[in-house]
Design a protein around this ligand. Structure first.
Ligand SMILES: [Zn+2]
Length: 67
């Protein structure tokens, strides 16, 4: 069985709240799902970039806690 890779992108907003978008593999696509607002999107390319875009646009969360 191929590895089920699930990962996440987390960013903090200006109030120090953490917002997380989970990235799960779904066939050829990656499925993005936002923990904060329930936003979902399929992405074939650069799912992490799309997750970051959502976090920045929807939640003004641009601070990378791992940076
Ligand atoms: Zn969201």
């Amino acid at each position: 069985m191929p590895s089920m890779t699930t990962s996440k992108v987390s960013r903090w907003d200006g109030h120090g709240r953490e917002h997380i978008v989970h990235v799960s593999k779904s066939g050829m696509q990656r499925q993005l799902s936002c923990e904060t607002c329930g936003w979902r999107k399929g992405a074939q390319f650069l799912p992490w970039l799309k997750a970051q875009e959502h976090l920045a646009e929807a939640h003004q969360a641009t601070v990378d806690p791992t940076a």
